[in-house]
Structures are given as structure tokens and as C-alpha cells.
Design a protein around this ligand. Sequence first.
Ligand SMILES: Nc1ncnc2c1ncn2[C@@H]1O[C@H](COP(=O)(O)OP(=O)(O)OP(=O)(O)O)[C@@H](O)[C@H]1O
Length: 252
Amino acid sequence: MRLNSVGYRYQRRAGWVLRDVTLTLAPDRITEVTGPNGAGKSTLLRLLAGILRPRLGELTDRPARVGYAPERFPADQPFTVRGYLSHMARMRGAPDARIDLWAERLRFGELLDLPLRELSKGSAHKVGLAQAILGDPELLVLDEPFAGLDAGTRADLPALLTGLRSGGTMIVVSDHQRDLRTLPDVDRLQVAGGTVTRAPGAHDERSATRTGNGEGPVAEQAIIEVVVPAHQAATVLAKLRADGYAAREPRT
Ligand SMILES: Nc1ncnc2c1ncn2[C@@H]1O[C@H](COP(=O)(O)OP(=O)(O)OP(=O)(O)O)[C@@H](O)[C@H]1O
């Protein structure tokens, strides 16, 4: 996906929030977007997701299936959690079983029959994440997904995102608290002063601060090997990826 000299301002006479942004996002990558408050991170994410259209320049090669979770999920809707997610799943051609799967992974399974309006802020935020993910998007755009999450879900989320990336999803995350900082192999964009620049990736930064205070709330990762009959390798790999684990092809 490519942005060519993209500029955006909200009103005709307002100042430009973003100017002359040119960048390419590669598939199968996680990109973390950082920057100070009001710099334009959400604006950039809305442009990437197609919620906003560039006033200047162009955005090309956006994948067809896009999942987007806004910073604040609009929970003031007259549905139960399950009713809302079923509707979203139907619109995206996803099976209902995905609702239970993602409700369990994001730790809100026991809330599925509650009205959206009764949810706490953090639980509503989880529903916002689930609706973005359950349609198996090719591009997943998450605006501050860690904000307001309980410690367990917050610790799980980097591994869930890594699993989706392994399954081929391009992921863009704004993350001003830097929850992804210890995840290896993440691209980083810095939004400031109306421009977007590439910053050193989390991997580079982790190497640089290995003896410093770089530990974050990311769950500890473990690598295991699984031995299966050769003819089942592709099936098992697909199952692991569908379950949100990062799994790689067998070595020959
Ligand atoms: N709907 C809107 N109408 C007018 N101006 C807006 C709108 N949304 C954002 N802005 C302005 O655009 C600028 C960038 O806002 P944006 O929300 O993209 O920043 P951000 O980096 O995501 O900030 P934060 O870290 O506080 O969430 C700000 O000056 C903001 O006031």
C-alpha cells in the first residue's frame, strides 16, 4: 500500500494536519505509529483504513478487506454484544464461530449477552477490536488498541497480532504508550510536525537498550517444536495460524 504526497486537513480553511506524506507499507508487516498527542496519528490511521480520503495526493493498493478499530468504540448502540458482532460478522462474510473465538481470546466471553450500553469502557474497547479482527482482514488498522485493556489482555495482544501477521495480515497500530516496543520485527512510523518519518524498528531499539529499562508488559514468548506426519504439516500450520500463533514453514 502506498501513500503518494498525501495531505489532509479537516476543513477547507483549517491548517494541514498531514502534508506531503509519501510512504510504502509492506504486506505481512506490523507497523507501529507513534508521536505526541494531536500530531495526527489517528488521522493517518483513518486515511490508511479508508475512513478519510486524502485532500491532496493519493493512496494506492489498499487491500480490499480492511478491519478498523477506532480509539473510542461507539458503545451507545441498542444491541447486545453478540447481536452487534453477529451483524458485523454477517456483513463481512465471517462465520459466527469467530465471535466466540475472539471473545475468548480477548477475554470478554462472559459479556456476549450484555447490552453494549452496559459495558465498561475497557470491555467496549475489546468489542471494537473484535469487530475489526473477525472478518479476517488483509489490512488491520487499530487506533490505540492497548488503551484501557486489563493487564492480561494487554499482555496477550502482541502475540495475537504476531499470529495475524503470520497469517498474512498487514497491521498498523497507533501505540503512544509503546506497548509493542519489545516485539521483534516491527516497523515504526513517527508522526510529528505534519510529517511522517520512519523511525528505527522496535527490534533495532531493543538491541540498543538491551541493558536499559526496555522491558514492557508484553507476554514472554516461547518457541516450541511440533512433530507431525509430513502430509499433515500444511493443515497443522494453518490451524496454528488460525488460532493466532506465529508458526513457520518446516525447515528442509
Ligand atoms: N474530526 C476532526 N475535526 C477537526 N479537527 C480534527 C478532527 N479530528 C482531529 N482533528 C485535529 O487534527 C489534529 C490531529 O488529531 P489526531 O487525532 O489525528 O492526533 P493524534 O496524534 O491521534 O492525537 P492523540 O495522541 O491525542 O490521540 C489535531 O489538531 C486535532 O485537533
